[in-house]
Design a protein around this ligand. Structure first.
Ligand code: NAD
Length: 347
């Protein structure tokens, strides 16, 4: 299920050409967002004669129109390998192209979103995001080069790390969880929490960056291996309805979703306590989010107060598995608290 080959560590980008060749490819195209075009050009230069072009057009939420244009371009240049350098948006474009062409992907993540470890692809068309899971979109090779992550601004690094932590925390109470996923999730949460606290002090700290990328790798595995619940579904609903930024939404919602589920997920809370080295995991999580300067109020990231009712209704309308049954009233209360940044348990 997971990518066959992973390279991890500083300077691993220098092994890209070797990895592309070992896939039998000779005509790689490098994908990125427009903001990371220079990095894509540098990677293209690293590839030398193995590179046939740069496509710096990836966009958030993988719009189908962008994919179709990219598909025409990679077909005309006869690309035989997709090198994705970037976060979830760039890796999403590579996955969408692999879905249509079966070309191999070498992913070089530069955020902590974890998409490179999952068979999940969400595509947007006519304002609707459709998600599917297929091993056809799994990258063949992932190169985690810590050096890529230093340029990710501190505030984005913090919310991206919390986005990763959300994957691991929901894996602890997943319906289809197992002891191996639990072990991966605990290791991930501990590494991410340690990395985030260090990064908040100094975002050039190498140990912080290494802990975060390692934790994000494990978190991506959790996301790819088991089903997510309330937290992810709610973030998905809010993102779609109000165009809220992806990772900051995760940062705000996480302590509230975990607090809501805590009474129905005792074993998972014990694991979370162990990973965070805390007696009260919900308070420890809220303290972490607060201490590292992440957003704690939906109001601060663009959620209109008069949207709470509609969001609660929509999130309750699509039933999904969660350790604790959810009603529209519950969601209303949770969103109200998250909107105002109330400490869980103090409402
Ligand atoms: P992103 O890829 O959208 O990147 C955000 C911005 O940061 C972009 O402008 C990007 O160019 C820039 N950036 C990225 N890395 C940088 C770096 N190291 N230095 C400087 N700038 C950098 O953000 P994301 O949070 O990684 O991805 C979000 C998207 O990924 C969403 O669409 C989400 O749905 C998707 N996602 C998918 C999965 C999956 O399994 N399919 C998992 C997680 C996220």
């Amino acid at each position: 299920m997971n990518p066959a080959r992973v390279l991890f560590g500083p300077g691993t980008r220098t092994r890209l050409a070797e990895e592309v060749s070992s896939l039998g490819a000779k005509r790689a195209v490098v994908l990125s967002t427009p903001e990371q075009a220079q990095l894509a050009r540098d990677i293209g230069a690293d590839l030398g004669s193995l590179s046939v072009g740069i496509l710096a057009e990836a966009r958030m939420h993988t719009p189908v129109a962008v994919t179709e244009k990219a598909l025409r371009e990679i077909t005309s240049i006869k690309a035989d390998c997709l090198v994705a350098v970037g976060g979830g948006s760039t890796i999403g474009l590579a996955k969408a192209l692999a879905l249509r062409t079966d070309l191999p992907i070498v992913a070089m993540p530069t955020t902590y979103a974890g998409s490179e470890m999952t068979p999940i692809i969400g595509e947007t068309k006519d304002g609707r995001k459709v998600t599917q899971s297929t091993p056809r979109v799994l990258p063949e090779t992932v190169i985690y080069d810590i050096d890529f992550t230093y340029t990710l601004p501190k505030d984005l690094s913090i919310v991206s790390g919390l986005n990763a932590m959300a994957h691991s925390i929901e894996a602890l109470y997943a319906k289809d969880g197992n002891p191996v996923v639990t072990a991966i999730a605990k290791e991930s949460i501990a590494s991410l929490a340690g990395g985030l606290r260090k990064l908040a002090q100094d975002d050039t700290d190498r140990d912080a960056r290494e802990k975060l990328l390692y934790g994000a790798w494990l978190a991506g595995m959790c996301l790819g291996l088991v089903g997510m619940a309330l937290h992810h579904k709610l973030c998905h609903t809010l993102g779609g309805m109000f165009d809220l930024p992806h990772a900051p939404t995760h940062a705000v919602i996480l302590p509230h979703a975990v607090s809501f589920n805590s009474a129905a997920a005792g074993q998972a809370m014990q694991h979370l306590s162990d990973a965070l080295q805390a007696t009260d995991p919900v308070q420890a999580l809220f303290n972490l989010v607060h201490d590292i300067g992440a957003p704690t109020r939906l109001a601060d990231i663009g959620m209109p107060g008069d949207g709470i009712e509609a969001a609660a209704r929509q999130a309750a309308a699509n039933p999904y598995w969660n350790p604790r049954p959810i009603t529209e009233d519950d969601l209303h209360q949770l969103l109200q608290d998250a909107h105002e940044g109330v400490r869980p348990g103090e409402a």
